[in-house]
Design a protein around this ligand. Structure first.
Ligand SMILES: NC(=O)c1ccc[n+]([C@@H]2O[C@H](COP(=O)([O-])OP(=O)(O)OC[C@H]3O[C@@H](n4cnc5c(N)ncnc54)[C@H](OP(=O)(O)O)[C@@H]3O)[C@@H](O)[C@H]2O)c1
Length: 263
């Protein structure tokens, strides 16, 4: 496991009862938070019913015990991040509601500050940080700030995720971050080797669809050497849902960007 500090969330037994919290102690990085990617996923690896539809439709089929696991995980971390498109489609709150505990800081990268001003993530329920680029129009940035969110600039033409991670760690004291999708953000975070752990909630459905969002979008790889390997470290039933947990092992060398360039 890479740098960062993570205190694993409480896992649940197949009766949906809390078991003692797993504590994972890993060296801390001064540069970035430890990052957990967590997602609900169908048996065929999809995150929604079809392109453009909200993941809330699939989430209705999560076992109540697994919903509690999700909220308990949120409560155990300092910040939670989703991509701007998830906010535009799902209009998520990203708060802790089903268990006692503090909601984490909500972080949304949107290069041009393209967040609807009535988005639930701008509600006063929890602190929110919108990460933008230098190109973001000043009037949109001002409008977001007036809604109570903080806006940070983390890149020139687009949000540079390693820079954002550094800002979250150094300015906001974020030691543990969870990302909850979608596939575009997931791919960019993996591309920059910023994901340390993955936790998947397996939903027993097949939805199909060549363009239906799957766990990771972005560029395909060319060779097997470029595969990102996962080391299974735990699996358990949470209510009726299988949950799997992995450490992420990156290949030596560098990954390609969206244009297929080595970056
Ligand atoms: N099942 C699940 O667990 C789950 C979880 C979350 C989402 N989803 C689903 O995923 C779908 C949305 O996924 P998506 O892939 O279209 O979008 P996404 O990953 O949610 O958001 C991507 C957007 O984030 C913004 N962004 C800014 N800087 C970025 C950077 N450096 N790297 C990546 N993104 C950056 C960009 O929007 P700007 O143009 O504003 O810059 C980009 O288009 C929805 O259907 C949602 O329901 C499912």
């Amino acid at each position: 496991m890479r740098q960062g500090a993570a205190e694993g969330p409480t896992s649940l037994t197949d009766q949906g009862e809390a078991s003692p919290a797993k504590v994972v102690v890993v060296p801390e990085s001064p540069d970035r938070p430890h990052v957990l990617m967590m997602s609900e996923i169908t048996a065929d690896g999809k995150l929604t019913l079809k392109k453009g539809s909200s993941s809330k439709i699939l989430m209705k089929y999560m076992d109540p015990a697994t919903e509690i696991l999700l909220h308990r995980t949120r409560a155990s971390l300092d910040a939670i991040m989703v991509g701007a498109n998830t906010i535009r489609i799902d209009n998520s709150y990203l708060t802790v509601r089903l268990v006692e505990g503090k909601s984490p800081i909500r972080v949304i990268p949107s290069s041009m500050a393209d967040i609807p001003l009535d988005a639930n993530v701008l509600s006063p329920d929890a602190p929110t940080v919108i990460a933008v680029s230098e190109q973001a129009p000043a009037e949109r940035v001002d409008a977001i700030r007036k809604r109570g969110a903080e806006v940070v600039c983390a890149g020139q033409g687009h949000v540079h995720l390693p820079t954002l991670m550094r800002i979250l760690r150094t300015r906001y004291g974020v030691r543990k971050l969870m990302i909850e999708g979608g596939p575009t953000l997931n791919w960019h975070m993996l591309h920059h080797r910023l994901v340390d752990e993955i936790r998947l909630i397996h939903l027993p459905f097949i939805v199909g669809g060549a363009d239906t969002p799957s766990l990771v979008g972005g560029m395909h790889i060319e060779t097997e050497e470029e595969m990102i390997r996962l080391v299974l470290k735990d699996h358990y039933l949470c209510g009726t849902n299988l949950v799997t947990e992995y450490d992420v092992v990156y290949p030596p060398g560098q990954l390609k960007d969206e244009a297929g360039r080595i970056s």
